[in-house]
Design a protein. Sequence first.
Length: 95
Amino acid sequence: MLDKERRALVGEHLWVAEAAARAVSPHPGPAPEGEDLLGEAFLALCEAALSWEPSKGSFSAYAWEKVRRAVQDTWRREAQQSLRSAALADVTWAG
């Protein structure tokens, strides 16, 4: 659960989640919906707020790395699943 201070961090850094989702969305090939990436980005931002330690540097930099990696992982996982589904459909139609 986010305390008041951590909720404020998330609120001030919503742009990080939005920017990370936009940065990953334009990649070619099958990809998750932008809303899925944005949702994952918001979750990762909350997780970053929970795990951030002020003594280790700025929250903006920490959050950007955490959120960007989470969004990229989601994009890769869902893109691979889409490709597998398409391959399975091709095999089913060919059979």
